[in-house]
Design a binder for this molecule. Structure first.
Ligand code: ASP
Ligand code: MG
Length: 411
């Protein structure tokens, strides 16, 4: 008998029929003898609808009041699911964040969970009830309702699992797991049986949007085993854990992530003097523009070139700042490029294998794809390439690192 926290997202509770399907699923686990705590999101589209309502009153709704309102979406689904469970003979009780209590700080709209009182829930579990908790919301020290940020129900699920020392936190969603890469780009992408927290964070921040990043960080910090599963299809899903598998069997690369959200800025003919990197990036960071990859060339003729990437939304702003910096420090020219893409290979296995980067470069060379920038970390190698070659690059790398599903087994 296990204690499992199950989180169902907006599409899984998007209609009364679906809520009844969720109740049937929960009942199956319950009939198996497991203790179940369920966390639900609002019905799909509901949170957006509520935010739109507020915007009809004001462009910048008062954060405290906005939280009072958007938290109602989850209050509806917890009650509906509890009713659906009771209807099929499963004793159930619903709780808002305040009723549990899920204590957070007072940062409305992006509150952080500080502590959870789990006695109510434990008492109900002992009495044989399924406990249904509203995701996304909590309460601050003054008793104000807070919300955790969009997609925050994942974090509620993980935090409850940590507080209850649950055996597993299951995140039910509209995909059947985490894939080696986006199956829309590579038809032979495969579902991963397991992946480490570290890898998942790299995959998530690089655009594999299955889980809220904060929830993965939280799960890693408290070692909560996390499983991503399809809400309405049977299957083992993907387990996200701390342990790295036996390194003999472990693939070197677990997945290939990519994004098209970045743009490249280059300042050329910069006088090669101490402090120049700070002069270039200082004004960029003062403008709250986040920089991702950075490359500075070896100086030549006492000048150097300096290239970095920013989010595409920050491109125009970054370009203007860089042009004024160029005039100030006497650089030759500024050029920019938005037609770029970043491709990354991710895997804890590369820690124990040499030559992973060169294997990546070889695969790209074979396809005649030019690499514009490179960056590496312990478990990741990223390259920037011309955007039009992105799909070709991802497919070539997927094959080169033996991630393709064997013929006839693609899911
Ligand atoms: N209902 C909230 C949102 O739409 C929280 C969640 O779905 O996790 O962002
Ligand atoms: Mg969600």
């Amino acid at each position: 008998m296990a204690l499992i926290v199950q989180k169902f997202g907006g599409t899984s509770v998007g209609s009364v029929e679906r809520i009844e399907q969720v109740a049937a699923k929960v009942k199956k686990f319950r009939d198996n003898g497991d203790d179940i705590v369920v966390v639900v999101s609002a019905m799909s589209g509901e949170t957006n609808r509520l935010i739109d309502l507020a915007r009809q009153i004001s462009d910048q709704p008062v954060p405290r009041e906005l939280d009072v309102m958007v938290s109602t979406g989850e209050q509806v689904t917890i009650a509906l699911l509890a009713m659906a469970l009771i209807k099929v003979g499963v004793p159930a009780v619903s709780y808002t964040g305040n009723q549990v209590r899920i204590h957070t700080d007072s940062a409305h709209g992006k509150a952080r969970i500080l502590q959870i009182d789990a006695q109510n829930i434990r008492r109900d579990l002992e009495a044989g009830r399924v406990v249904v908790v509203a995701g996304f919301q909590g309460v601050d020290e003054q008793g104000n309702i807070t919300t955790l940020g969009r997609g925050g129900s994942d974090t509620t699920g993980v935090a409850l699992a940590a507080a209850l020392k649950a055996d597993e936190c299951q995140i039910y969603t509209d995909v059947d797991g985490v894939y080696t890469t986006d199956p829309r780009v590579v038809a032979k992408a495969q579902r991963l049986d397991r992946i480490t927290f570290e890898e998942m964070l790299e995959m998530a921040s690089l655009g594999s949007k299955v889980l809220q990043i904060r929830a993965v960080e939280f799960a890693g910090k408290y070692s909560v085993p996390l499983r991503v599963l399809h809400s309405f299809q049977e299957g083992p899903g993907t387990l996200i854990t701390l342990d790295e598998e036996d390194s003999m069997e472990q693939p070197i690369i677990s997945g290939i992530a990519f994004n098209r959200d970045e743009a490249k800025l280059t300042i050329r003919g910069v006088p090669d003097t101490p402090g120049v990197a700070f002069k270039i990036l200082g004004p960029i960071s003062s403008a709250n523009v986040e920089v991702d990859m950075i490359v500075q060339n070896v100086a030549h003729d006492n000048t150097t070139d300096f290239t970095f990437t920013v989010h595409r939304n920050d491109y125009q702003n970054g370009l203007q700042i860089l042009e004024s910096t160029a005039r100030e420090i006497g650089a030759r020219e500024v050029i920019g490029d938005t037609d770029i893409a970043k491709v990354s290979i991710v895997g804890v296995g590369m820690r124990s294998h040499a030559g992973v980067a060169s294997r990546m470069f070889e695969a790209l060379a074979k396809e005649n794809i030019n690499i514009q920038m490179i960056s590496t970390s312990e478990i990741k190698v990223s390259v920037v390439i011309e955007e039009k070659y992105l799909e070709l690059a991802v497919r070539a790398l997927h094959t080169a690192f033996e991630l393709d599903a064997p013929a006839g087994t693609a899911e």
